[in-house]
Ligand binder design. Sequence first.
Ligand SMILES: [Zn+2]
Length: 141
Amino acid sequence: MSTTSNSLKTILTRDALLEMAGDRYFERGDNYFRRRSVHDLAVDGDGLTAQVSGSADYYVELWAEEEQLHATCTCLLGVDDIFCNHCVAVGLTWLANPSTAKTQPSQTSTEKTGCLLSSLEFCQPVDARSLPVGRNFFVGS
Ligand SMILES: [Zn+2]
C-alpha cells in the first residue's frame, strides 16, 4: 500500500510532466507553480489531489498507474484527457517539496475523531460528577 507513493515518486518527474504536457502547457503550468496557484495539495493513497486557482478553481488529480503518470482536471482541457497546465502545476508543486503534501485525512483520522468524540461524551458525566465532589471538599475544609 505504501509502495504506491514510491511509484509516484519514480514516475512523477519534471521530465515526465514535460513529456506529458508538451512545451506549451508545461510552461503555463510552470507559471501557475511560480505564482503559487496550487492549494490544498494532498497525498491521497495512490495519488495527489490539489486545487489550482486560475481564471476559476480547478481540481486536479495525479496518480501513478502501471508505471505511467495519469491526471485528471476539471478544466475543459482536462476533461478532454489533455495533460493540462493545471496538472503540470500540481506536479511541479509536489516535486518542489513532496514533504509539504500532507497525507489527506482519510478513514483513519475520521475514526480517530469519532473515537475522540465518543470518549469525550463518555468522560463528560464522570467530570460532572467529580466536579461537585471537589467543590464540596473545598467548601467542607
Ligand atoms: Zn486543467
